[in-house]
Design a protein around this ligand. Structure first.
Ligand SMILES: Nc1ncnc2c1ncn2[C@@H]1O[C@H](COP(=O)(O)OP(=O)(O)O)[C@@H](O)[C@H]1O
Ligand SMILES: [Mg+2]
Length: 154
């Protein structure tokens, strides 16, 4: 579904809610152009999952791992700098989605053929006036997030 365009604080509130109800293991793709708000949303989802740490942008390191609430772990990846899909193996790609893990991937396009079939797809786009249109799709066998999707309004 696609939402009414959200302000930054609305997007953060939605992401935090999503992070609270996401039941790991969960794999979440965050799509949208540079500056769309993928990192803003990833940090909000992580906060919702109980991460209580500074979350730098992973642009240079590509992968950050955080401890969340109740044994949850959050892995935040930014694949922007991946030139060849095979490079993701060096990032520990094979182990992603272990029990308890919430995996948040910016620029999943870089690893398109290796994305798991069961995943969430979130797309962000500029809707003008500092608002972002947000869409959420569930692919394969994942829990429905209707409750969180409802927060998007519409
Ligand atoms: N409605 C909005 N939602 C998310 N970010 C917004 C919004 N309006 C303005 N911004 C700004 O856009 C930028 C998004 O940056 P970032 O999350 O790093 O983008 P990306 O990771 O997609 O490249 C931030 O500077 C943020 O303050
Ligand atoms: Mg980013």
């Amino acid at each position: 579904m696609t939402s009414t365009p959200l302000t930054e604080s609305e997007l953060e509130a939605w992401g935090e809610r999503l992070g609270r109800i996401l039941d790991p293991p969960a794999f979440v793709c965050l799509r949208g152009p540079l500056g769309a708000g993928k990192s803003v949303l990833a940090r909000a989802i992580a906060r919702g999952a109980g991460v209580d740490a500074e979350m730098p942008s992973p642009t240079f390191n590509l992968v950050f791992r955080y401890a969340g609430a109740g044994g949850k772990r959050v892995v935040h990846l930014d694949l922007y700098r991946i030139d060849d899909v095979e490079e993701v193996w060096e990032l520990g790609w094979e182990e992603l989605g272990a029990p308890g893990e919430v995996v948040l991937v910016e620029w999943p396009e870089r690893a398109e053929p290796l994305l798991p079939p069961d995943r969430y797809e979130i797309a962000l786009s500029d809707a003008g006036g500092d608002r972002r249109a947000v869409s959420l799709r569930e692919l394969g066998d994942v829990a429905a997030l209707a409750e969180a999707a409802g927060v998007q309004g519409g």
